[in-house]
Design a protein around this ligand. Sequence first.
Ligand SMILES: Cc1cc2nc3c(=O)[nH]c(=O)nc-3n(C[C@H](O)[C@H](O)[C@H](O)COP(=O)(O)OP(=O)(O)OC[C@H]3O[C@@H](n4cnc5c(N)ncnc54)[C@H](O)[C@@H]3O)c2cc1C
Length: 405
Amino acid sequence: MSKQVKVAIVGGGPAGLFCAYELLKNNIEVHLYEKTGGVGKKFLVAGNSGLNLTHGEELSSFVKRYGVNEARFKKYIEDFTPMDLVNWAKELGTETFIGSSGRIFPKKMKAADILYQWMKALKDHPNFHLHLKHELEYILDDGDLVFRHEHAQKIVRADYYIFALGGGSWKKTGSDGKWIDYIEKLGVETRKLKAMNCGFEVEWSSHFLEKVDRGFVKNVIVTSRGESARGEIMLTPYGLEGGAIYAISNFVRDEIDEVGEGVISIDLKPDLTFKEVLEKVTKRGKDSLTNRLRKGLGLDKVALALLYEVLDRKKAQVDKEYLAHVIKDCLITARRTRPMDEAISTSGGVCFSSLNEDLSMKINDRYYFIGEMLDFEAPTGGYLLQGCFSTAFQVAKSIKGKLNV
Ligand SMILES: Cc1cc2nc3c(=O)[nH]c(=O)nc-3n(C[C@H](O)[C@H](O)[C@H](O)COP(=O)(O)OP(=O)(O)OC[C@H]3O[C@@H](n4cnc5c(N)ncnc54)[C@H](O)[C@@H]3O)c2cc1C
């Protein structure tokens, strides 16, 4: 490489930071622009509930988590695998472990310690230039980027531009999705940002609200539009949250968008067949309904409150088949998604149809897109961060290929 090549990365989340890390290995001059006063703010938020870096499952099932984008992500994940992510964490001094659910977490280090080591590695490199409080405002017709920095505008020209602007949730971390307009003007198609991995609003009865403030029901299977997830759900005064709900949230959300409400089926006893549930509720014939459900099936106060929200109790006293049926298929109607700002991630964003396989723009391959601003959905479980790292790796690999380094 004769002339020093300059790459401008916009957005200091995990995708932008990791792309910088990879490019610096090959002596490329990297300028990273971040609109807030610090980097990795959403990464730090993710760390508050246990930083789930990636997942230990087989790659063949791992890539299925990217739904309609499975084929595309297969290539990205194969090029930078969960094991590569684990090894990168090790490079920064972070040992990881696989939890019982298969999720991979740092052993000791907190997200803030990892970010500190990560930034140290970047800042120690003479070719790394960090520009905080630089907000990309628009892109000029000739392709230069215009940033706002301390009440002044700054024009930036580079050989390659990488956008890593994030999704549209948790605005206070900097990712506000405001980029849609100027990115579209650049000539890429985008899809409206929508909440993903989000909770839902349910119109509970006043009786339910008296009984339950917040509570978990563990080990259930939830289903929406034929797609199921097992895990825990959290009942709140406004509706439903929790890992299992997040995993099917795109299906519930789409049903609400299409027909005005989304039906979630909850199997409260997924390890028992309908026949086994029926036997257990029939056996304790003399017990009250509540005792039959408590002692016979081990349903606690919170699970009972949920069941009673749906159950016709008089009918259930005499019709055990009906009772068993509702236990296996307790139908709750979700009225709305919770506000997008509360969601763990968003779907929508830059459409792959406008991009080459290496994530550069079809009409100008000096512009690239990585991370959550791409139009992909994945459940929680480490698939979001892995998606950000793998797309960042892909872009660094493409630029290095073009430079022959
Ligand atoms: C509560 C919560 C928990 C989570 N837990 C996990 C988890 O355990 N595992 C997991 O895999 N994922 C998790 N995620 C998701 C994960 O954090 C995100 O998918 C990831 O941070 C996205 O990375 P990114 O770099 O694409 O975008 P972001 O992290 O959103 O970074 C985008 C950056 O771009 C900057 N930016 C935006 N606009 C401009 C502009 N105009 N000019 C300059 N800079 C700009 C922003 O300030 C921000 O710093 C969690 C998310 C949340 C909210």
